[in-house]
Design a protein around this ligand. Structure first.
Ligand SMILES: [Zn+2]
Length: 265
C-alpha cells in the first residue's frame, strides 16, 4: 500500500526511470516520507530553470534532466528549499534559499548525494570533460564538509576540509596535501564561488592539482566559473538583489541570514 502511494506520487511528478534514479537516488527516494503539503507550498518558487551542468562533458541530456529533477525533488521533500527573504553569503538578498544541511541531516540522503556526485564526476572523466584519478576530496567548512566527505567515501579516497581562521580558509587539525596529489573540491551550494576559489588557491599553494569542482546545487547563474571542470547535481537560476534596491527590503519582510559565515563578503 505504501509502495503504491509512492508509485502514484512519482507518476504525479512525471518521473520516469533513469540510471541514477534506479540506483542511488531512487533507493533514497523510496525511503523518504514525502510531505505533500511542503511540495505544494514551495511550488510557487522562482525557479526559472533547471538545466544540465557538467561543463565540457557529453552526458545524455535527457538522463541528466531526470537526475536533476530527482535531486530537486529530494531537496524539496527534506525541506531544504526555503522561501522568504535571505541574505546570501555574497551579501545579496534573495527570496529563495537552499539549506542543504536540512537534506544532509538524513545520512542516507547525504550518502546518496555523495555517490551521485562521484558518479557524475566519473561520467565526466569517461567523456573527457574531467580528469582522473582523485587522491583527495576537500570541501570548505561548514557547508562543504558533509557532502565532500560522502563524495570521498564513494570514491574511496581521503577527505579534508578547510576552515576559517580569521577571514582566511586554512587547513588545520594536521590536514595536509602532498605535492602533486590530485584534489577534487566539493561544496554544497555554489552562489558566487568565493569559498571554492579560496579552496582552489589553498590546494595550489600546497602544489597539489585541482582536478575539478563539484556541488549539489549551482545557483551561480554563470558567476561560479573556474578554470577546472565544474559539475553539479542540480543547477537553478534564482533571482537575487542588491540590498540597496531589494524589493523584499522595500516590503519590510524580515531578513534571515541562513549561512554559516559571520560576515558577508
Ligand atoms: Zn532585501
Amino acid at each position: 500500500m505504501v509502495l503504491g502511494r509512492y508509485l502514484c506520487r512519482l507518476k504525479l511528478f512525471g518521473l520516469s526511470p533513469c540510471p541514477v534514479n534506479d540506483t542511488v537516488l531512487g533507493q533514497c527516494l523510496w525511503r523518504l516520507k514525502t510531505d505533500q503539503g511542503m511540495i505544494s507550498a514551495i511550488s510557487t518558487l522562482n525557479l526559472i530553470g533547471v538545466r544540465s551542468s557538467l561543463s565540457g562533458s557529453k552526458t545524455n541530456p535527457e538522463s541528466q534532466h531526470h537526475a536533476e529533477k530527482d535531486v530537486l525533488k529530494m531537496l524539496r521533500e527534506t525541506g531544504a528549499v526555503l522561501e522568504g527573504h535571505f541574505k546570501l553569503s555574497s551579501g545579496r538578498h534573495s527570496d529563495f534559499y537552499i539549506q542543504c544541511a536540512l537534506a544532509l541531516q538524513h545520512p542516507e540522503v547525504g550518502e546518496a548525494l555523495g555517490r551521485s556526485l562521484a558518479a557524475l564526476y566519473a561520467t565526466g572523466v569517461k567523456s573527457g570533460g574531467a580528469d582522473s584519478p582523485v587522491d583527495v576530496v576537500i570541501g570548505p567548512a561548514l557547508g562543504g564538509i558533509l557532502v565532500s566527505y560522502e563524495v570521498a567515501r564513494a570514491l574511496g579516497v581521503r577527505s579534508l576540509f578547510a576552515e576559517r581562521q580569521g577571514t582566511e580558509l586554512t587547513l588545520r587539525r594536521g590536514f595536509a596535501m602532498k605535492r602533486g596529489e590530485r584534489v577534487l573540491v566539493v561544496e554544497d551550494v555554489i552562489t558566487t564561488g568565493g569559498s571554492v576559489r579560496e579552496v582552489i588557491s589553498l590546494v595550489r599553494d600546497a602544489e597539489a592539482v585541482v582536478v575539478g569542482v563539484g556541488c549539489i546545487v549551482d545557483r551561480s547563474g554563470g558567476r561560479g566559473r573556474f578554470d577546472v571542470p565544474v559539475f553539479s547535481l542540480v543547477s537553478v537560476e534564482a533571482r537575487d538583489y542588491d540590498p540597496v534596491s531589494c524589493p523584499l527590503c522595500a516590503m519590510g519582510i524580515p531578513l534571515t541570514k541562513p549561512g554559516s559565515r559571520p560576515d558577508a563578503v
